[in-house]
Design a protein around this ligand. Structure first.
Ligand SMILES: Nc1nc2c(c(=O)[nH]1)N[C@H]1C(S)=C(S)[C@@H](COP(=O)(O)OP(=O)(O)OC[C@H]3O[C@@H](n4cnc5c(=O)[nH]c(N)nc54)[C@H](O)[C@@H]3O)O[C@H]1N2
Ligand SMILES: Nc1nc2c(c(=O)[nH]1)N[C@H]1C(S)=C(S)[C@@H](COP(=O)(O)OP(=O)(O)OC[C@H]3O[C@@H](n4cnc5c(=O)[nH]c(N)nc54)[C@H](O)[C@@H]3O)O[C@H]1N2
Ligand code: SF4
Ligand SMILES: [Mo]
Length: 734
């Protein structure tokens, strides 16, 4: 460790020397050099938006290398000159007053005190190493994010698992995309969303399943609007959302009855022989068993479970049959459930049995959530070994060790525990050190009361965030101030597998550092900098990621460098060496060859299981949670910094409820109500609306109260939390 510290001192001095020019400019003396890379003649750079997974291109207008304004990029293939309110307001949260500007360490007195980076790093290393020495390597874990650049995710994953001996690390993508990952891997052989956004313009039938596209992916909805084929848009959602209101057909099924509906539709398709026999016979495995299974799901029986009329179930099958190019898009209404993987696979089954895959306007298409959820799925070294590899496969460990130039013995043989299991280990007293990066679980984790309780069990909690005032940073022992989007370089991967760049167009405040630089410092102080000599800058890491991806379905090796990504407006994977046409849209499976060894896709199915927390006399209402408006982002650490965005949504928590439920409780619109579940009790303002079915209520996830109510249930295969259904009661507050 001594060695590590000495080197670290040298590293800091070297940094200061290297950036002396810029240090004179930066008031704090710490921000990294401005690198106004690849500025176009009009004085702008295009950077990918740092909020949602649509990945819009934002044209940043610069003065002396620093951002002064932005506008949506017109020549960018994703958004074609459009952006939602969050995108327009991207620069505002950088200037917020509660930015974390220096490391903070909790003193004996309990207060957080400003310390130097050297003190912060010594504390991190001493405390985490001490815990590992006393309780074993597995006693320290990390929880990360889908909102930092791929190069940083890969660095964290490699540093933690190959350098620090950490066995368990997971990301907030578990809350979001884990279901899709398992579903695609099992069904198609790799975590490979087949879509190109253009498919939204080319379908004649579009199913949006458990997706509120207008609110959560507004620019993808614009792409639907651009569709010239007068598509039939079907929205499957218990709520009449903005998206459902704009659709041709709204299927208001009962919460978590999707599996029945999917099998009911499959039943009608099979009984009418509306299926693609050639595709099924030549390109898939397991259809016979699937057929046997769904033949039990008569429309009448399915109607009883879903509340969807028999004639509507038949009509949905008929819509699919009549469609020439049918695409199915799903998000959290599917992924966040107690049987989510099988539900996602039910959607994939429908696409496979009708041959709606590998052609324009088709596909079983999962839309990702965060700006870099796809980067996290492939390169965070959590569920997958770097580059979409498998920890359990010797040849994969060997390849990764060779590319990184490290000893193969450093690579664990399994991916480690999932998010909820990490927290269970904390509860059991076996994990005592936790490093949280770019996520705010005290607000966002299911049943947040549970997680606050865990704080007492931890000996040392490190939180690395842009803001010192987040719910999670406030309970940390050590806060590491991070630069945010716009203050650093790297790449994101969006929902259509497009890799594109982020730009450094602003200085991080005070002593805040890019996550990348923080990971470099940790490597130095931990004494493992030797392992990361090749990891000198985001772009050098990008070169490593290219090498790691070679031969994988997500091969990026044909992309030369960041400049090429900029020139082409991002590039979709796969783009192997030798591939020439970067502009071509890359829809997967055009040759109907899937990533399983035999090249065939698989059918999966399962008996629907009862919901984990059914309603009852004491808790008669179903609580659903999700996105509230296009101007709010998650736990609001960023979006609530913009006065413009704040005007576009209610400040305080509200609950949407049906007029009948409100009347039965004597609740008037705007009244304060008390809502309670088996876990907690909150107050909210009632918003009475017929967009809710009787018996259902909805609370947006953006308010810190919401997860006091949610029921900690998980899909057993993906371990994704089932945020979409808990049992509650509502009463007028007295
Ligand atoms: N403005 C904004 N945009 C965002 C985000 C944000 O915070 N704010 N977050 C991003 C992220 S990380 C994600 S993951 C995506 C999420 O994007 P979405 O998944 O579209 O958003 P949600 O509101 O979580 O859930 C979608 C819908 O699922 C419905 N639903 C609930 N239960 C069920 C059910 O049992 N069956 C079906 N079929 N539907 C059900 C809900 O009523 C809701 O309308 O959004 C991304 N975009
Ligand atoms: N009830 C309910 N709960 C939910 C959901 C739901 O539908 N219902 N949805 C779930 C889903 S899909 C998701 S994705 C999660 C999201 O949950 P979180 O990940 O907790 O939400 P964010 O607010 O995006 O948290 C990101 C944190 O990273 C910080 N940050 C931003 N940029 C950077 C950076 O570059 N570096 C560092 N170090 N920090 C940065 C932000 O300030 C913020 O504190 O919530 C989940 N929780
Ligand atoms: S749709 Fe998503 S990527 Fe596009 S501007 Fe809005 S938040 Fe950013
Ligand atoms: Mo998400």
């Amino acid at each position: 460790m001594k060695m590590g510290l000495r080197r670290a001192g040298a590293f800091l001095r070297e940094r200061e020397g290297r950036h002396s020019e810029e240090l004179k400019l930066a008031p704090s003396g710490f921000g990294l050099a401005m690198v106004p890379t690849r500025i176009t003649p009009d004085g702008t750079v295009t950077a990918t938006c740092g909020y949602c997974s649509v990945g819009c291109g934002l044209k940043i207008h610069l003065r002396q290398g620093e951002a002064i304004n932005l506008s949506p990029a017109r020549d960018y293939p994703v958004n074609l000159g459009m952006a939602c309110p969050k995108g327009w307001e991207s620069l505002t949260p950088l200037k917020a007053r509660d930015r974390a500007v220096a490391p903070l360490l909790r003193e004996g007195s309990g207060a957080l005190r400003r310390v130097s980076w050297d003190q912060a790093m010594r504390a991190l290393v001493t405390r985490f190493k001490g815990i590992q020495e006393r309780h074993g390597k597995a006693a320290v874990a990390f929880l990360s994010t889908g909102q930092i650049v791929t190069e940083e995710m890969a660095f964290l994953g490699a540093l933690a698992k190959f350098g620090m001996g950490i066995l368990h690390g997971d990301g907030n993508t578990r809350q979001c995309m884990a279901t899709t990952v398992v579903a695609y891997k099992e069904s198609l052989g790799f975590d490979a969303p087949p879509l190109a956004y253009k498919d939204l313009e080319e379908s004649d039938v579009i199913f949006l399943w458990g997706s509120n596209l207008c609110t959560a992916h507004p620019i993808l909805w614009e792409r639907v609007v651009m569709n010239r084929h007068k598509p039939t848009v079907v929205v499957v959602d218990p709520r009449k959302t903005e998206t459902a209101s704009a659709a041709s057909v709204h299927v208001a099924l009962r919460p978590k009855s999707d599996l029945y509906l999917l099998y009911g539709i499959a039943n009608v398709l099979i009984r009418n022989d509306w299926i693609d026999h050639a595709f099924i016979a030549e390109r898939s495995v397991g259809f016979e068993a699937f057929r046997e299974h769904v033949l039990q799901y008569s429309p009448e029986w399915v109607s009883e479970h879903t509340g969807v009329p028999v004639k509507d179930i038949r009509a949905l099958a008929s819509i699919i049959h009549r469609g020439k190019r049918v695409s199915f898009w799903w998000t959290m209404g599917v992924n966040q459930g107690h049987q989510a993987v099988r539900t996602a696979q039910g959607i994939i089954d429908l696409a496979l049995m009708t041959g709606n895959i590998g052609r324009p306007g088709t596909g079983p298409n999962s839309i990702t959530g965060q700006c870099n959820a796809m980067g996290s799925r492939l390169f965070s070294n959590t569920t997958n070994l770097l580059g979409g590899h498998d920890f359990a496969r010797q040849e994969h460990r060997h390849k990764v060790a060779r590319v990184l130039g490290i000893d193969e013995g450093r690579i664990p043989r399994d991916p480690g525990l999932a998010y909820d299991q990490v927290l269970d280990e904390v509860r059991a007293g076996r994990i005592k050190g936790l490093w949280i990066i770019g996520t705010n679980p005290v607000h966002s984790w299911i049943d947040r009361g549970g997680i606050e309780e865990l704080r007492r069990k931890l000996e040392f909690l490190v939180v690395q965030d842009m803001y010192a005032g987040t719910d999670t940073a406030r309970i940390a022992d050590l806060v590491l101030p991070a630069a945010g989007w716009g203050e650093k370089e790297g790449t994101f991967i969006n929902s259509e597998r497009r890799i594109s760049t982020c730009k450094k167009v602003a200085r991080a405040p005070g002593e805040a550092l890019a996550d990348f630089s923080i990971f470099r410092l940790v490597a130095e102080y931990w004494g493992v900098a030797d392992l990361f000599q090749k990891w000198s800058s985001p772009e050098s890491v990008f070169q490593l990621l290219k090498e790691l991806s070679k031969g994988q379905p997500c091969d990026l090796s044909g992309i030369q460098d960041y400049a090429m990504l900029d020139e082409k407006g991002g590039i979709q994977w796969p783009f192997p060496e030798g591939e020439e046409n970067a502009e071509k849209e890359r829809r997967l499976f055009e040759d109907h060859r899937f990533f399983h060894e035999d090249g065939r896709a698989r059918f999966f199915f399962e008996e629907p299981r009862p919901v984990p927390e059914p309603t009852s006399g004491d808790y008669p209402l179903v609580l659903m949670t999700g996105r509230g408006s296009s101007s709010q982002w998650h736990t609001q650490t960023r979006t609530n910094k913009s006065a413009v965005l704040r005007k576009l949504y209610p400040d305080d928590v509200y609950v949407e409820m049906n007029p009948d439920d409100a009347a039965a409780r004597g609740v008037e619109d705007g009244a304060t109500v008390t809502i309670w579940s088996r876990r907690g009790k909150i107050q909210a303002r009632a918003l009475i609306t017929s967009s809710m079915q009787p018996g259902h209520v909805f609370i947006p996830m953006h308010y810190e109260e919401t997860n006091e109510l949610t029921c900690p249930a998980f899909d057993p295969l993906s371990r994704q939390p089932a945020y979409k259904m808990s049992a509650v009661q509502v009463q007028r507050s007295t």
